[in-house]
Design a protein around this ligand. Structure first.
Ligand SMILES: Nc1ncnc2c1ncn2[C@@H]1O[C@H](COP(=O)(O)OP(=O)(O)OP(=O)(O)O)[C@@H](O)[C@H]1O
Length: 286
């Protein structure tokens, strides 16, 4: 299949954090070029970990297990260095080509950060600065979270990416900046065949934006759907309600399991919260 351009292809992936049980076991996923795929799932289901694996930040298996643009996400460093693969995550750093992780907080200007990225088309740069309404004189240690996020996003988009991985980075943006950015992403996918995977818990405006949906539950890929064919969208009014219904039934199933460790621990020690994955899970067992 190497003759065909692949967007993202994961085949039989295993992954565990050090000393932890496996998070992904025989995990497979295909995302075709030009897709805008939403990655959804409960807190702790594995979305960030999956995006980091796709970004080549964790080595998993051999060269054939995690393929991005027909290359190995981890082994083929040209993917990131060329800007073909861009990852925008929650931390206040940005990977910039061969320079690696660059901090986004400090006594330097937005201009210094943005113009420090080499090999950039100046017209694309101007367009992005305008789109994200960035003041080049902002000092990065004195800006708001939303302003800092705009600079980070700008830096991540300076090179015309082929695959963009977004981990909830629009959460700090105001509604105008978010909607303008989503429109820009849509254009990039439609005009250049770029692929976007976007992990989010915010679904406003995404029903018509996304093309695909991937739902992860505790490291398992439970569903992949074309959004235009998602049956539940007919009965529920919006995507938020659909995802909410999935997550609620996930919690109910978890509650019914006879060997649920949450129940056992609750009986022995109501104060030992360590096995609870979140305060929301705790609330269910009070
Ligand atoms: N560095 C780490 N070391 C050990 N375990 C980790 C590490 N990072 C994440 N995990 C665990 O891996 C699981 C998946 O975490 P991950 O951050 O991928 O979830 P997520 O779906 O992105 O969650 P959220 O919606 O809260 O951002 C969680 O159980 C988490 O505790």
């Amino acid at each position: 299949m190497e003759g065909e351009t692949c967007g993202i292809r994961v085949s039989g992936m295993q992954f565990a954090y050090d000393d932890q049980p496996s998070l992904f076991v025989d995990f497979s996923l295909n995302i075709s070029p030009g897709s805008r795929c939403l990655l959804v799932g409960a807190n702790g289901s594995g979305k960030t970990t999956l995006l980091k694996i796709l970004a080549g930040k964790h080595m998993v298996g051999g060269r054939d297990v995690v393929r991005v643009l027909n290359s190995s996400a981890f082994h083929d460093t040209h993917l990131v260095c060329s800007g073909d693969l861009s990852y925008l995550g929650g931390s206040w750093t940005k990977t910039v080509g061969s320079a690696g992780e660059v901090p986004l907080q400090g006594d330097f200007s937005a201009e210094h950060m943005i113009f420090g990225v080499e090999g950039v088309d100046p017209i694309r740069r101007e367009n992005l600065i305008e789109l994200l309404d960035i003041d080049l004189e902002w000092r990065m240690h004195k800006v708001s979270d939303g302003q800092r996020r705009r600079v980070q996003i700008c830096m991540g988009l300076l090179h015309p990416f082929q695959v963009l991985l977004l981990d909830e980075v629009t959460v700090d943006l105001d509604v105008v900046a978010r909607m303008d950015l989503l429109d820009f992403f849509k254009e990039e996918c439609e005009q250049r065949g770029a692929t976007i995977v976007y992990a989010t818990h915010i679904f406003d405006g995404l029903e018509t934006w996304a093309t695909d949906l991937a739902y992860i539950q505790s490291g398992d890929l439970k569903r992949t759907e074309k959004l235009s064919e998602l049956p539940e969208l007919k009965s529920y009014s919006n995507l938020l309600s659909v995802v909410e219904s999935w997550l609620r039934s996930e919690i109910k199933i978890e509650k019914k399991k006879p060997d649920n460790p949450l129940i056992k621990v609750q009986k022995t020690s109501p104060f030992d919260a360590s096995p609870f994955r979140s305060s929301r899970h705790m609330a269910y067992y009070r």
